[in-house]
Design a protein around this ligand. Structure first.
Ligand SMILES: [Zn+2]
Length: 261
């Protein structure tokens, strides 16, 4: 007898198969990421179609055979505003890409589940200036890194653990956080020795000079102080720097992240 399961899940990817089938990628509460096969769901009279779609939070039931086949889907929450607002949609797609890149094995993680739902609720509810939606993405990204075990060190130097001078800060992907002026100088020197074919150095990759405002924002994000974050007036250059640091750390983690399965 085939085993049947019921759980809630957030749908973040879909693709069509055959004449009327569709595969959904769902981050479920009980099983983590699963791909689920929805037979004939694109037919007009499909009973399942109202219960499951991209960016839905749904209660799903499936049968585990060779594949997981959807047998029931009940909508719990539809993030309607995200679907109709292009800026919100763009952020939602970026979040979906991050999930796609980092989540591979089928393993439940209630913290990730909660973060996804919390982020989508924010994205759906808040009406912000168009450029501010990206801040929701950044908020999601760093908290997601933290859950994966990559909380950046932002209080002391990530390399020597010494005190930081807020006026002169650098971000090091390899050290996973902010490094002080002295550690940055040693690293730069090591990079030169290494480039000249010198003895094996401890070069940790390039550091990026970073404004203290960017680090302050990251501290607020990682402390989950959403309301404080919303009240900040963030100028364009700080926004750019924040995006840049986030993107670099994302790419670094992606290249070095050891997938569980
Ligand atoms: Zn240091």
């Amino acid at each position: 007898m085939a085993l049947q399961y019921r759980t809630k899940g957030f749908i973040y990817k879909k693709r069509d198969r055959g004449e009327a089938d569709r595969i959904f990628t769902v981050f479920t509460y009980d099983f983590g990421k699963i791909d689920i096969w929805a037979r004939s769901i694109r037919k007009i009279d499909s009973k399942l179609k109202s219960g499951i779609d991209i960016f839905y939070l749904s209660e799903i039931e499936f049968v585990q055979g060779k594949k997981k086949t959807l047998t029931d889907a009940v909508l719990i929450h539809k993030f309607s505003d995200i679907i109709i607002n292009p800026e919100k949609s763009a952020v939602a797609c970026k979040i979906a890409k991050v999930l796609e890149a980092f989540i591979h094995g089928q393993e439940h993680d209630h913290e990730i589940f909660a973060l996804i739902i919390e982020t989508f609720k924010k994205l759906n509810t808040y009406n912000l200036p168009a450029t501010s939606y990206n801040l929701i993405f950044i908020y999601f990204l760093w908290n997601f890194f933290a859950i994966l075990g990559y909380t950046p060190e932002l209080s002391n130097c990530a390399h020597c653990h010494g005190k930081l001078n807020e006026k002169e800060l650098y971000f090091s992907n390899k050290d996973g956080g902010v490094v002080c002026k002295d550690c940055h100088a040693t690293n730069t020197l090591d990079s030169r020795i290494s480039a000249q074919g010198g003895p094996a150095s401890g070069w940790r990759g390039n550091d990026t000079a970073v404004d203290s405002d960017v680090i302050k924002i990251l501290r607020i994000i990682l402390a989950n102080k959403w309301e404080t974050l919303l009240k900040l007036k963030i100028n364009l250059s700080t926004q750019k720097e924040l995006n840049n640091i986030s993107k670099n750390y994302y790419l670094y983690l992606l290249s070095s992240y050891s997938f569980k399965k």
